[in-house]
Design a protein around this ligand. Structure first.
Ligand code: DQA
Length: 150
């Protein structure tokens, strides 16, 4: 069975309470439930983590290399600042998809750069929580294409 890791950055634990007009009214627990349900349907094992700390996200990426086939990551605000997260992704060389709940393209100028996005083979944005399912599907498709014997 394929194994993936879903990594969530700062303030995503506050989903539902945090700027609901941008991020919606569903909670982080709802997001976790959605991801697990989708992974069960897709018959893929999934580990989900969230941290408000950049180093913990780097640690999670490094650990993913030991037991995962790919990564879905919403680095949240670290998207726009973190060379460390980009370097971690480049170091482990796992296939990775970036996801954003909001459509960052239509937001402030400072959100227009994504460091992790320079490594990820795809970015999903503006699809709300459902975007995580889109990202997981894209990741699985990519892994299957790379390893057609699985
Ligand atoms: C976000 C977009 C980022 O710009 C922002 O800092 C976040 C969430 C999103 O999911 O839309 O925290 O990654």
């Amino acid at each position: 069975m394929l194994r993936i890791m879903v990594i969530n950055g700062p303030n995503l634990n506050l989903l539902g309470r945090r700027e609901p007009e941008i991020y919606g009214r569903e909670s982080y627990a709802d997001l976790v439930k959605l991801i697990y349900k989708h992974c069960e349907e897709m018959q893929v094992e999934c580990k989900i983590m969230q941290s408000n700390h950049e180093g913990a996200l780097v640690d999670a990426i490094q650990q993913a290399a030991d037991f995962c086939d790919g990564i879905v990551i919403n680095p949240a605000a670290y998207t726009h600042t973190s060379v460390a997260i980009l370097d971690a992704l480049k170091a482990v060389q796992l296939p990775a998809v970036e996801v954003h709940i909001s459509d960052v393209d239509k937001r402030e100028d400072f959100r227009q750069i994504s460091y992790p996005g320079m490594y990820c083979f795809k970015t999903v944005k503006g699809e709300g929580l459902q975007g995580y399912c889109t990202a997981i599907d894209a990741l699985l498709q990519h892994i299957w294409e790379q390893r057609p014997t699985i």
